[in-house]
Design a protein around this ligand. Structure first.
Ligand code: AMP
Length: 114
């Protein structure tokens, strides 16, 4: 996988507003927020898309989603609700090819997405 802007954030080579971190996961605020809360959760392991995850990444994917829920509880909006989204490849609208989960919260989100 080629280097992305998110790898540079992991290596602290470019700034980001980091809000959560554990051994395998880093989370930081999206530069172009689509909701009052818009945080990106990324694995430190470089996986380009969800398609590139294998059974060996089972625990990592679990950790990624649990980090989202932990953060939502910690920040106090878990009960009210939020959305966790993974965009994959062109039709999914993925623009940065380092797997990430968007956490959106703080307003009523419409469905279906555009
Ligand atoms: P996606 O379209 O699902 O690949 O999402 C990529 C997201 O990364 C977009 O919501 C961008 O606003 C966000 N983004 C791009 N560069 C940065 C950055 N340097 N720091 C924070 N968020 C970024």
């Amino acid at each position: 996988m080629s280097d992305t802007i998110f790898s540079k954030i992991i290596r602290r080579e470019i700034p980001a507003d980091i809000v959560y971190e554990n051994d395998e996961v880093l989370a930081f605020r999206d530069l172009n927020p689509q909701a009052p809360v818009h945080v990106l959760f990324i694995p430190k392991k470089p996986l380009a898309t969800l398609n590139d995850a294998t059974l060996a990444d089972e625990a990592l994917l679990g950790n990624l989603l649990l980090a989202v829920a932990d953060y939502a509880k910690q920040e106090g909006f878990a009960e009210r609700g939020y959305r966790a989204v993974i965009n994959c490849n062109e039709d999914g609208g993925q623009t940065v090819f380092h797997l990430h989960v968007h956490l959106l919260a703080g307003r009523r989100l419409s469905w279906p997405p555009g």
